[in-house]
Design a binder for this molecule. Structure first.
Ligand code: ACO
Length: 359
């Protein structure tokens, strides 16, 4: 038995490949570094979905397709805001996606991509007490989500940085949330159900819930001088250092540097990057000593935290925004799984007591 399904290959996919030893992420034949910061999110969605997802946005017009779906999603979800005001953004996102019925037009791939984005933006906006901001048909996905979350336009550098983030996280092999989506898809439960399940898996701090706690950690450390003592104390208490470690990567997560480069394009971030780099150095040295043989390195969430903070996105909304970007990957995996046509049903090994044998 493989505890945690380590090294088990549970699906074949044409979508993405994570090379844990090489520190490489390939999306539909392209290294992530050649896509992030160089292509619009909708163009990478088209690339990812092509030949896999039935209603992939048409090349050349993807922005319009997804924007129109955002408008429909907003009309459907905004009236529900009073019912989710007490929830965290990721809890509210989970709820809002769950109201889409299987037979609604929004349950199609473009509709669900827009629904997850609009749900995440609405949920984050209202968590800060802001009024819902309707989508703008003329904008790209990253531009519009940033505006809907913050209630003000992003400048060109901010929009480009968020675009780079959404592309960087678009798909990542059989991670926990994607596997969850495929399990649900394998029962033919439909796209909205698979996405609610995926969001639920993403929510945990061992997966997509880490970047908010990364900032809490940087705040608590304060200055690089204090890093060693703070980090050692956390490990002494048996805690995990948020933003470090990965099941597959045994070297540096390639997405971390893509995101660090994106943070550098934003004005006034130099000090926070310097602190983060210092904390990273201390954490890696400490982990190498304390967890010798584990080969723990920095993961995507560490510099995600800095990037989203620099964009003025409330930290409570980080995981919801992750869901908005990853939704394209989940949707493609759901369609790929549905066409493979086999229910995912592993076995367990029974280690409990047996019934007393009949006399
Ligand atoms: N801090 C301290 N110790 C760690 C860390 C860490 N960040 N990561 C792994 N370890 C330790 C574990 O305690 C465990 O040690 P033990 O056996 O002595 O108890 C061992 O290393 C497990 O190592 P792996 O098998 O490599 O890790 P696993 O695959 O079980 O977990 C995970 C991977 C969940 C990402 C883990 O590294 C972790 O919790 N990291 C912190 C949270 C985080 O950054 N999550 C975001 C991940 S990226 C993403 O999902 C988008």
């Amino acid at each position: 038995m493989k505890n945690g399904l380590d090294e088990v290959v549970a699906a074949e996919t044409v979508l993405s490949h994570v090379d844990g030893e090489g520190g490489r992420l390939i999306v539909r034949g392209h290294d992530i570094e050649t896509l992030a910061g160089k292509a619009a999110y909708e163009d990478v969605v088209t690339l990812l979905w092509s030949g896999v997802v039935g209603d992939a946005p048409a090349p050349g017009a993807p922005c319009t397709d997804v924007a129109a779906a955002r408008v429909r999603a907003f009309e459907r979800l905004a009236p529900l805001v009073p019912f989710v005001a007490h929830l965290t953004p990721i809890e509210a996102t989970r709820f809002l996606i769950g109201v889409i019925g299987d037979s609604e037009p929004l349950a199609k791939p473009s509709g669900m991509l827009a629904t997850v984005g609009v749900a995440a933006a609405l949920a984050t906006r209202i968590s800060e007490g802001g009024a819902p901001v309707p989508p703008d048909l003329a904008r790209g996905h990253a531009d519009d989500l940033l505006r809907m979350i913050r209630g003000r336009d992003g400048d060109a550098a901010e929009v480009a940085a968020l675009e780079a983030y959404l592309v960087t996280i678009i798909d990542h092999g059989l991670n926990a949330s994607t596997f969850t989506a495929r399990v649900v898809a394998s029962t033919a439960a439909g796209l909205p159900s698979a996405l609610v399940a995926a969001v639920s898996a993403l929510k945990g701090p061992f997966h997509g819930g880490a970047p908010g706690p990364v900032l809490d950690m940087l705040d608590a450390i304060g200055t690089e001088d204090a890093a060693d003592a703070w980090l050692a104390g956390a490990l002494d208490r048996g805690e995990r250092l948020m933003g470090f470690g990965h099941r597959i990567y045994r070297v540096r997560d390639p997405r971390a540097d893509v995101l660090k480069a994106a943070v550098r394009t934003l004005r006034g971030r130099a000090n926070r990057i310097a602190l983060a780099e210092g904390v990273e150095r201390h954490a890696l040295a400490l982990l190498a000593r304390r967890k010798a043989g584990r080969r723990l390195d920095v993961n995507v969430e560490f510099y995600t935290a800095l990037l989203l903070e620099a964009l003025g996105i409330p930290r409570a909304g980080f995981t919801a925004l992750f869901a908005a970007g990853r939704a394209a990957g989940w949707i493609a995996h759901v369609r790929e799984q549905e066409t493979s046509g086999r229910i995912i049903r592993p076995q367990s090994r029974y280690v409990g007591p047996m019934p007393a044998s009949a006399a």
